[in-house]
Design a binder for this molecule. Structure first.
Ligand code: NAG
Length: 426
């Protein structure tokens, strides 16, 4: 009989076919469950986006600043889709790899800021590797930060757009790059704005700082940290010039209080985890590419309050790591106070205009009457000696300002600015 083998062949074939059918239906089932999963995920994401945009954090009482949070959220969302790829990692590595032997690899937070951009370029020019981090928030003109970002890119410094409070972003950066140093300048600045948006100071200057320290403490190698404290920690201290030994327990603004908190938090991380932390108490800074918060009112009127200090070049701010696990603070500023009247008359000379002065009694909103630095300590340890006097510094600043903003009317030409010596005429 020829049939049995034939039958068994048909049987086998049928079994095989049904196997294929089962396989196929499983595949269909798998595919459809994948589809369902993806659709659910998409709906969830859309819902999260919807609720985040419509209900900003409860802590943010001021609706005017809600857009800061939207911006952070959106940039974080953009980050997850664009960052983390090979091209992104290559850019991050390229930017942070030192060009000279034994060069540093520095993460600069707040790299699109005034001090951050100058320091990043100075470090890069010195042969160190630099990676920037900035959230480009709109506390002041974000277009100025974007312009600095372009300048940094020209100097081969890449800025990652993200927030200090994004722990997974920071962890990722430290996974990709073995940073030897962090220059932590990102912060919510300004003493008066603290009354409008107090939570932003807690979020950046305290929570953000702790987040950074948490990542740094476990990083291998453990990076040395240089960070921006503030001369405002001297608060109501009346003993001038301000010395690092003076009391700093009477802050006059929430900004000052968060910076003082930063100094105490630094103590904790040094004490427990052996992190090396150097705080720089910056006195007022100004110069080319500077933000103009302090000068904005000039074209309208100037409010004169107490004394104004001389300033210093921002590039000199980077302290060196010096032995293991240090905890230090340094004043960085100029040593002779200049009355606001003199500042105004120098600017009048440079801009060939008369200021309409409106002298007011100093309000109790966070400003302090004196800021006058004793920089003996920074001189002893780093040879820190500011060389730019106020007249020279303002001339450089005005030259940049006029170029950058394209102001022509009633302003001296660059050549005039370069050839004159206003410090001699006032
Ligand atoms: C400046 O500060 C140092 C300590 O850093 C102190 O020894 C010195 O006396 C201070 N100078 C003045 C003029 O207060």
């Amino acid at each position: 009989m020829a049939s049995p083998p034939h039958t068994s062949k048909t049987l086998k074939l049928e079994r095989y076919n049904s196997y294929l059918r089962r396989l196929h239906s499983t595949k269909v089932l798998n595919a459809s469950s994948k589809l369902i999963f993806r659709v659910t995920l998409l709906i969830a994401l859309v819902l999260i986006l919807f609720f985040t945009l419509n209900y900003p954090p409860l802590s943010d009482k001021n609706p005017n600043h809600a857009h800061l949070h939207h911006h952070n959220f959106l940039s974080a969302a953009l980050f997850t889709s664009s960052a983390g790829g090979d091209a992104w990692e290559k850019q991050v590595r390229h930017s942070s790899t030192p060009k000279k032997p034994n060069g540093l690899s520095v993460l600069v937070t707040g790299a699109a800021g005034f001090v951050g951009s100058h320091c990043s370029i100075a470090l890069k020019k010195r042969g160190d590797g630099v990676l920037g981090l900035d959230n480009f928030n709109s506390y002041y003109d974000p277009s100025l930060k974007r312009a600095r970002q372009k300048l940094l890119l020209k100097n081969q410094v890449f800025i990652v757009e993200g927030d200090l409070n994004d722990a997974s972003l920071l962890t990722k950066l430290f996974d990709v790059v073995p940073f030897t140093h962090i220059l932590h300048l990102a912060a919510q600045a300004g003493v008066r704005y603290a009354m409008q948006n107090p939570q932003s100071y807690v979020s950046s200057n305290i929570a953000g700082f702790v987040n950074l320290l948490e990542v740094a403490k476990t990083a291998n190698p453990q990076p040395a940290i240089v960070w921006a404290s503030s001369s405002s920690v001297y608060g109501l201290n009346t003993q001038v010039p301000f010395s690092e030994l003076d009391r700093t327990d009477q802050p006059a603004s929430l900004y000052a209080a968060t910076k003082k908190a930063g100094e105490e938090i630094a103590h904790t991380y040094n004490h427990i985890y052996g992190l090396s932390l150097t705080g720089l108490r910056f006195f007022t800074v100004y110069g080319p590419w500077g933000d103009l918060i302090w000068l904005i009112s000039f074209s309208r009127k100037i409010s004169c309050k107490g004394l104004w200090t001389r300033r210093r070049k921002a590039q000199e701010a980077v302290a060196k790591k010096n032995g293991p696990a240090q905890l230090r603070v340094y004043n960085l500023g100029n040593t002779s106070p200049v009355p606001v009247g003199k500042l105004v008359s120098i600017l009048e000379g440079l801009l060939r205009t008369k200021a309409r002065k409106h002298v007011i009694k100093m309000p109790r909103n966070g400003d302090v009457p004196y800021t006058h630095a004793n920089v003996t300590l920074a001189y002893r340890d780093f040879g820190y000696q500011p060389t730019t006097d106020l007249a020279t510094g303002l001339r450089k600043f005005v030259k940049w300002y006029v170029d950058y903003y394209g102001i022509q009317t009633r302003v001296k030409k660059d050549s005039d600015i370069n050839s004159e010596h206003p410090e001699e005429s006032v």
